[in-house]
Write a protein of this length. Structure first.
Length: 632
């Protein structure tokens, strides 16, 4: 067989093959080819040569590559250390902000995991590692199927696992302008940005945070904490570009919690797999109407469970009495709101999903300086809530989002959600990513400091970016920058305003928000985000070739009018890619991108990898193709 991609997903599939082989294959010989141009284990994303300024997004003590006894899979458990434990015991890297490993340190953990898997391979399993790129598949579906590598070598692969993870896409490059991304933060690409240059930035998520650190601290700037008030300040090196940054919401995702729940979270009661299956059987099923209100009710329930249990001094009612009444109301029912007002006196303690998901609601045509102050206030509040155990009820919402997402993920991976419902779930759970998948709290403090230093200027919610010939609106743009410059060091503001004059006189990218009286121009656009799936424009040579040849096809889902629309993802049936004629490639398996599993949980990451491994081994043992889950 052949595994394409030797990052966390591909390496975990390899581990599951090794763990299950004695039961299914016995002592029969089996060859495994592992293909990736980057070192096995770490792969491209977690390569050990990248900057130590880039951190993981999950706490190191939560992350593991070893499936323990908590994982409900048919294969044997193989427990092992978390990243945090391994780093402590090996001394191979510090933890930042008390909890987070750098990406190179995580890469070292992943490489160690790969070496351990390789050392533990049963003697009848032969592993061949190819530091190369797969570019084609010859004789697809046949017994003599093989994978062609970029050096010309053809690797025999009667079975194929596609585990490339997130792949880049080809993007348009406007003439006379510089566009970087969308892609992960790349030091070489960011090196194309001259010192002090104005840059329009699209995206305020995790990729933005990575780029931000490489362009500031990575260019010699330094952060220092004031002894007077404890706040973080930035000391520029003079090499930083001027970043005009915006997004759909206008603010970054909430930072990761720095503390855990005080009380155990209750299991789901309203949104369960059984309840969803019953709803799916109803005529005219609609995800937004039938399922999403149940998800919101679970979030409210988790929030108030933690508030009443951990902070009873801020409530005026017995927890059990409140819960008994609250369960009878929908989360948006007027009676529920009245009950909350009576039981929880401080409005700041009320669960308000609209306030959480749209922090800049009510903003109407403000000036740029007012916007900066509003965003900084929100960032300070978000750091306070995620660091202070007093606000642990917000952590309960984050945990409940993961639980609810797991229920829906189980249905999706089992092929039970129709395409329209799956698309609606992904759209709704972008809210979940905003609330729960932000950076460590220290990164938000650093962003505040960079905003106060004038390195980052927020452009507002609903920011759009256009490419145009320049000249138009130049005075308006410079006035906007000058107003913000008054809020920072005068010399830095003057230098950056001069750079803005020069940029505005040529072809430019323009960023503007309908809710802010300003627009910003630059000749450089940094798309600081991962690309949306787009199989038709993938930069992966193997996927591009397979699509062109009709060996794989693109998934579709109905749009608002009910017409099928391409989603950009590979079409999958029972875990196998589907070709252009609608036939499932029975000996191919789509593993999906990596999403690190948490220790001591029943992680779907391990369950899916175990299913793929057992299906591959059974086919090799003579049992024929086996059905697996859809993958992620």
């Amino acid at each position: 067989m052949c595994i394409i991609g030797a990052g966390p997903r591909g390496t975990s599939v390899l581990e599951r093959i090794a763990a299950n082989a004695p039961e299914i294959l016995g002592d029969r010989e089996f060859a495994i080819h592992l293909v990736d141009p980057f070192p096995p284990g770490a792969g491209r994303t977690w390569r050990t040569t990248q900057s130590e300024l880039l951190w993981m997004n999950s706490a190191a003590e939560q992350v593991t590559m070893f499936p323990g006894t908590s994982v409900r899979c048919a294969g044997p458990a193989r427990p092992g250390p978390t990243t945090g434990r391994w780093l402590r015991e090996s001394g191979r890297g510090p933890l930042h902000d008390d909890r987070y490993a750098s990406r190179p340190a995580q890469g070292r953990y992943l490489q160690e995991f790969f070496h351990l898997v390789r050392a533990r391979l049963p003697p009848n399993l032969r592993l061949h590692v190819h530091r190369a790129t797969a570019v084609d598949v010859r004789h697809p579906g046949a017994a003599h199927q093989c994978v062609v590598l970029d050096g010309g070598l053809a690797v025999p692969a009667p079975q194929l696992v596609l585990a490339q993870g997130h792949t880049d896409v080809e993007t348009d490059r406007p003439h006379g302008l510089v566009r970087i991304g969308p892609a992960r933060a790349d030091e070489a690409e960011l090196g194309r940005i001259p010192d002090g240059a104005p840059v329009v930035v699209r995206g305020l998520g995790l990729v933005f945070v990575d780029c931000l650190l490489l362009l500031t601290e990575g260019r010699g700037g330094r952060f220092a904490r004031s002894r007077h008030d404890g706040r973080l300040h930035y000391r520029p090196s003079g090499r930083e570009p001027l970043l005009y940054a915006g997004s759909r919401r206008g603010v970054p995702p909430y930072p990761k919690p720095a503390h855990d729940l005080t009380a155990p979270a209750p299991p789901p009661r309203h949104l369960t797999a059984a309840a969803c299956r019953a709803l799916l059987r109803r005529p005219g099923f609609d995800f937004d109407r039938d399922v999403w209100p149940l998800a919101l009710q679970e979030l409210c329930r988790a929030y108030y469970h933690e508030l009443f249990t951990a902070h009873p001094e801020r409530t005026r009612m017995d927890r059990a009495a409140f819960a008994a009444q609250y369960e009878h109301f929908a989360w948006h029912d007027d009676r529920a709101a009245k009950l909350v007002r009576a039981a929880v006196p401080d409005p700041d303690d009320h669960f308000d999903p609209d306030r959480l998901t749209d922090p800049l609601a009510g903003l109407r045509r403000v000036g740029p300086l007012a916007l900066q102050q509003r965003v900084r206030a929100h960032l300070r509040d978000s750091v306070r809530r995620r660091r202070d155990p007093r606000h642990s009820a917000h952590v309960a919402v984050v945990r409940a989002l993961g639980t609810v997402g797991g229920v829906l993920g189980e249905l999706y991976n089992g092929g039970e959600l129709p395409p329209a419902a799956a698309a609606a779930a992904l759209r709704r759970f972008s809210v979940g990513a905003f609330l729960s998948s932000g950076p460590p709290p220290l990164r938000m403090e650093q962003l505040i400091a960079l905003s106060e230093a004038g390195v980052v200027t927020f452009t507002g919610p609903g920011t759009t970016v256009t490419a145009e010939a320049g000249h138009a609106g130049v005075a308006h743009d410079v006035d906007a920058r000058a107003e913000v410059a008054h809020d920072v060091d005068a010399r830095a503001g003057e230098a950056r305003t001069a750079a803005a004059h020069a940029a505005a006189a040529r072809a430019v990218f323009r960023a503007s928000s309908p809710r802010v009286r300003a627009s910003y121009t630059a000749q450089i656009l940094l798309d600081a985000r991962l690309p949306d799936p787009d199989l038709a424009r993938t930069a992966d040579p193997l996927l591009r070739r397979l699509l062109t040849a009709g060996h794989i096809s693109e998934e579709t889902a109905p749009d608002a009018s009910g017409r099928p629309r391409a989603t950009g993802a590979v079409r999958v049936r029972d875990g196998h890619p589907v070709d252009a004629a609608g036939r499932a490639q029975g000996t191919w398996y789509l593993a999906g991108p990596e999403q690190f599993p948490h220790a001591d949980t029943d992680a779907g990451f391990f369950r899916r990898n175990d299913e793929i491994a057992r299906a591959v081994l059974r086919h090799a043992a003579g049992g024929g193709p086996r059905r697996v889950s859809r993958g992620s």
